[in-house]
Design a protein around this ligand. Sequence first.
Ligand code: GLV
Ligand code: MN
Ligand code: MN
Length: 412
Amino acid sequence: MSLTLNRDRMISEIEALASISEAEPPVVTRIVFTASDLKARAWMKARCKKAGLTVREDAVGNTFARWNGSDPSAAVVGTGSHIDAIPNAGKYDGVVGVLGGLEAIRALQQSGFRPRRSIELLTFTSEEPTRFGIGCLGSRLLSGTLSPDAARKLKDNDGATLDEVRRGAGFPGELEEVKLPIGYFHAFVELHIEQGPLLEQQQIPLGIVTKIAAPASLRILIEGSGGHAGAVLMLDRRDALCAAAEMILAIENAARTSGAMDTVATVGICDVFPGAVNSIPSRVRLSVDIRDTDVRRRDQVMRAIETACHSISNGRHLTTSFELLNADAPADSAPIIIEALSQSCLKHESKFMTMVSRAYHDSLFVARIAPVAMLFIPCREGYSHRPDEYASPEDIARGTLVLAETLAALSE
Ligand code: GLV
Ligand code: MN
Ligand code: MN
């Protein structure tokens, strides 16, 4: 089998998808079920259909584009990622896995290869947590990690429920139908940019992911007392934002002093009420993201954060409550897929290293129902979740070629 990619087509598709955005170029913002997300989905489906794939969507909008194998009853080989993008994002996060997956399938088709197992390209819904507060919404439901009842309780910032939003976006089915049976996938492989600096620093063009770190997120609601910024004297204040400032530093400190570099904690959102310059903040909501490769250490850090925040709150006579959105276990890659990826790298004379993914991915949840592994390509300076995210055409093409080879091996 001789595989030839159409690199220019793939790069121009990445550019075309980046132009479907809620923000001015080079910024990409594509929040789930907004007009730009729906336009990107329609564009993607058209590309898949043009490649002769059969497209279906489930009730939460996960999209499956299938290249039928000669044995339609055999468990499927899956690949893919996401095309939603956080506010102020770049072009490559998720997109490389979806458009790389499509190009890998087209290269295999063109080579004359015919798979025994069907190969499915998945575009997962809302890998990013922007709208509903929880990441990997589609893959959580598909793997049964999130129950339909719990999903129905999710609301966006405007108070609209997931059910209202997805139905309005044209996905009216029952969430109960989203879960896939164990055994649906024979294997699942996700191509992604590294989102960190190691491959570039070590000048190694490919990374095979052996483990995905354990993510958690929570919201901290701090309630104090508002009032006039001129008239209420300092000694009489119960300012929720001043408490939040101390809490943010306590969160940073808890991660820094965990005893391991692998612990990271971020306060990415701070909502202040009422948000007027001459009004004392009476209410603040912090959104916190905490991760570690070691789930027990992550949980210890979360407990330390809770203790520190309560103590800050009590010292300032405020009321503080915690809402845990998710606290997920890490996932290990499957040796058979690591092996298939390694063999494909060797075949294409490409150096690789094994590595941990500190970012989460849909593969973290697909791993609950199928053997998975991921393939990373370098991104400039390790930048991701920012508009200057960049992966070179050479690196994208190399990753796509190795992905194609791997899909072929797994689907025989
Ligand atoms: C994925 O976008 C993550 O935050 O790891
Ligand atoms: Mn992301
Ligand atoms: Mn991603």
